[in-house]
Ligand binder design. Sequence first.
Ligand code: UFG
Length: 336
Amino acid sequence: MRILVTGGAGYVGSVSVEALLAAGHDVSVIDDLSTGHAESVADGVDVVDGPYTDAAAVAKLLEARRIEVVLHCAARSLVGESLQNPARYFVDNVAGGIALLEAMRAAGTNRIVFSSSAAVYGIPDTSPIVEDTPLRPINPYGETKRSFEGAVWWYGVAYGLRAATLRYFNVAGATERNGEVHDPETHLIPNVLAAIEGGKPLVVFGDDYPTPDGTCIRDYIHVADLADAHLLAIEATAPGDPRTEPSSERGMLVCNLGNGGGFSVRQVIDAAERVSGQAVPHEVGPRRAGDPPVLVASSARASEVLGWQPARPTLDEMVGSAWEWRRRHPDGYATA
Ligand code: UFG
């Protein structure tokens, strides 16, 4: 299949490109490289260096490459930044996303897989979180993901767009080629590994939560498992596939992805010490605003409807592969 990956030079996008190529697809990437890394895109893939938000240019690209499906991974994705600068999030994630949908409409590309976020749920009342849980985002980032999901839904109703949306929390781990490099880095696992490498000691944001060891529990998913889910979701948007029939009761297919269990911050630290054989310098600090104690997704629908199961579900696989990648790339992509 001919597939365009937006954000294909980012962490999730680049690993998805690897999986699509391995499955024999013809892959194109569009990425403005504002947060992505050109070096992360597999050899032989043509990278269009530009915004996905320019409807006329993207429509031309879709037509020229006869793209059948768009995998939409590009987004602004920092919760903290979204609270400081919501305009950037609404302009890029919502207005930009709609420009992409318009480009698709103009070019007659009517299949999309949207890499969404479990941030759409906010602080849910029940756990594990199922897809029908009310969407009550607590930050602009989550709100923009919800808004774009809504647009995709209604494009399905009105224009017959076939769509699948995946919602997931904490992506982790690395492949041989690609790992996680953000600047600034706010995520737990990279910060834990940076602390081992002699960076700043890790600050554990609170150990007085109502959880077994007092630290927050999150649902970590290996980035390669997420890429597998993207592949399965793309297949589910095939013409005639009842799972994404726009006129069906369900319409857009929505699936959560997770391990179904979750791990605490302390368990992540323990795993990092196991895989590296070194201590994680850390101290306990105050809670971070907006952090719910437990966020765990139910992946029952992804299993039932997509046939997806995480193949690398352990923390040792996720933290271990991230550690290996960092050892091979001590300066991130500068040593790719
Ligand atoms: N944490 C620390 N110290 C750190 C960094 C994180 O203790 O230096 C803790 C956090 O308090 C949290 C856990 O580690 O309990 C995970 O935090 P991350 O920042 O790695 O990830 P979040 O769970 O906050 O964010 C994830 C995704 C977001 C998504 C959000 C939805 O990364 O994209 O879930 O709630 F929006």
